[in-house]
Design a protein around this ligand. Sequence first.
Ligand code: PLP
Length: 399
Amino acid sequence: VSRVSARIAAIKPSATLAVDAKAKALKAEGRPVIGFGAGQPDFPTPDYVVEAAAAAVRDRANHGYTAAAGLPELREAIAAKTLRDSAYDVDAAQVLVTNGGKQAVYSAFATLLDPGDEVLLPAPYWTTYPESITLAGGVPVQVTADESTGYLVTVEQLEAARTDRTKVLLFNSPSNPTGAVYPRDQVEAIGRWAHEHGIWVVTDEIYEHLVYDGAHAESMPVVVPELADQTLVLNGVAKTWSMTGWRVGWIIGPQDVVKAAASFQSHLCGNVANVAQRAALAAVSGPLDAVAEMRAAFDARRRRIVSMLSEIHGVDCPTPQGAFYAYPSVKRLLGKEIRGERPTSTVELAEVILREAEVAVVPGEAFGTPGYFRFSYALAEEDLVTGVTRVGELLSEAE
Ligand code: PLP
């Protein structure tokens, strides 16, 4: 009998953790491990944000509890930022400030789902989505797209998975882990379909500013305005302002639902730390030049990693147009012999790569799609080149 609740015991240990723990152990032994696992920009938070936080620490006004839904100035500023960046016109009362995008994901599902409600979950998906859905009592229904369609699901696929229990569609563009960006016509088709069937959309826009090759992150309720009353937009400061550790995200949605989510939050955590909220206020009200610099650096690395991965025999790497991940298929390498072993899953192949090439990558099992690796290119270009070269040399031995 489990000592913890069935609900918590059901949470799957992340497939990333095994590789990550081994990578850390090797590093601690002094091995020159290169990690492609990081889900965060390798840039500092902009100075003006840090200064705002430092000033906030000294201000007594920030030493007590504040409103559960967030500082009024921050909710206003997030509404203004959303109009500026997405042309989505919302009221401050439609904004709930959360502890990072992660808590926005969980709170969104906890607020919308009753036991047994189904959530259509396009895969490859970010690992947190199915766990949040399940914790909230819902049932994730995976809809898989592969490299042949650039990892984009179609309305036909969604329609085939729809049942009378379907309550929500999760949408994430640009995507973690694939970097795929949905073109406007496909966003529109999916949004129209959701509206027609009364399906809620939870759309995670956290990578909105990390797009390349002229791609544009379209906000679904802007493309399909009639959908706004059944849409929750999730976002946060983590990726745009390199603020992963500050833990500020938000939900934007219809007032009644946001009010309910705020009531939940008042019991869950009270309010998000005031100092972090003040830092987020400086970030969202400020310019976008920090993310423009990161975008240029990521873009150069993206081109580099895609061209290097594509040259490895047995690796098929579509060109991602967003975020900071490449998601190649390595299916053709499974079952081949490498250094006396015959890995048949990407979990096993990732272990061989870590041990023999001293490079950490995240196996596709973590994202609902075995047969792939996620490479984050949020690391120095020099390390990127060394790491992918080592992987290429090792994999060239496969036979
Ligand atoms: N959504 C996606 C798709 C992400 O990849 C992440 C972070 O990895 C988040 C949301 C949440 O970020 P945070 O909780 O750091 O704000």
